[in-house]
Design a protein around this ligand. Sequence first.
Ligand SMILES: Nc1ncnc2c1ncn2[C@@H]1O[C@H](COP(=O)(O)OP(=O)(O)OP(=O)(O)O)[C@@H](O)[C@H]1O
Ligand SMILES: [Mg+2]
Length: 447
Amino acid sequence: MRFIVCLSAGLAIIVAGLLKAFGHVPLLEAFRRTLSVVSLFLLMVGGLDGWVRFCSVKLRTDRWYFRPVDLYISGTLLLGVGLLQPVEYIGSFPLIVLVLLAFLLMVFSFGCAFNLRWRISATKFEQHCRSAGVVSGSGEPPDFIAEFSRGRAVTLYFRPRGTDRERMETERLANEYNGHFESFHECGAGSYQYDYGTGTLPGRFELTVKEAVNRAQAAAHADAAPGRGQLYIGESFSRSVVITLTEMVHLLIGGETGCGKTTVLLGLIRQLIAQCVDIVLIDAKGTDYKGIESKLKAYVFESEKFLSLITALVSKMDERYQQARTGSDDFVPLVLVVDELADVVSGKDGKEIQLGLERIAMKGRAARIHLILATQRPDVRVLDGQLRDNLPCRLIGRLKNLDMSVKLIGSGASAKLPATPGRFIWSRGLDELQVQVPLILSEGESG
Ligand SMILES: Nc1ncnc2c1ncn2[C@@H]1O[C@H](COP(=O)(O)OP(=O)(O)OP(=O)(O)O)[C@@H](O)[C@H]1O
Ligand SMILES: [Mg+2]
């Protein structure tokens, strides 16, 4: 329908030009008047439809997203204004200019005003859904709303039309698009958002601390929470994954031996030190952090000292709460990093240590005390439900146990990861991305 309206509007201008060329001025005038009203009405209806489609999806208020709409409106106005020009004014142009203008307007209205690109996307989307088996019981594909691509990231918005959720999440759909499935979730007004990336994950790669911090700053959202501690996590198929300490609050790192947990911790610690964030490190192995101890606020590897350190941190937190009540709450962030958490909580003071960690996990955010905990086995014995629920960010490497993966990140993605060191699933809120974490070297070091 839109196509026909658009085509007739373009043709009408050509007819008007021809009438003018053959000198039928009264006929041309009547034709012009009728057309102006009809085409403006139709274009407005079309415009309204476009707006309804836009507004019914909860889109981010990023200017880029509104560009097609701007073009749509300009196209509508141009065509309307063009047709409303008095005949005498049109008459002052040579015929060739008029035809050229008509042609340009047609192309313009085709491409922009009627979102031809989206029409193509919709047809492609339907085809892909059908061949990936993403259809409802009666064989209908979901209803396409919009597609946005930015760099390596592509987002599709659609309404499911009775398609079942599991099938909509299928990897096969991403394969149809030659991409990698990244996330899928409801985005309001009964519509869904399907994200896939078109990039490839790098293999092992190295960065200096400075490069990592620069990448974090460059990729941070404009509305990222302010404050020290921009962290570069790694690369996903669609983008660089970065986060600020304030957004992260606390982080849990899990995964079987050799997946790269200690390497991630070292990278994060180095980035935080470079940004003058205080670090307290508990290293149950006592061997992995040589050369960095002197730059830390405290470094503890003897099991008998674990509890006193955590108790001191809990007191520090309470002290900051007191301070915040009476004065400023602009504290220097303090991060407690624990490697080999299982060993730390399985000693004789285990229960008290767990309780201390739980308190920090629950109340640390306002006091700017953050936790980064790493363990091979993130099961109940090591992380009880209370503590786990208060660790909103997860970076989970390969796990043998599918149930554990579901418990930690809500899907079996970690159990399906390749055995590549540095390969993790980053999970935070709606994000569930496969990432490759770099080796972050301190200045002067090289791999
Ligand atoms: N991001 C990475 N890129 C490339 N290689 C890595 C990466 N992370 C780790 N590796 C390699 O894997 C090895 C093991 O990493 P790491 O010690 O960090 O594992 P881990 O998960 O801490 O193991 P464990 O649970 O036994 O302590 C490293 O020595 C390194 O060679
Ligand atoms: Mg380790």
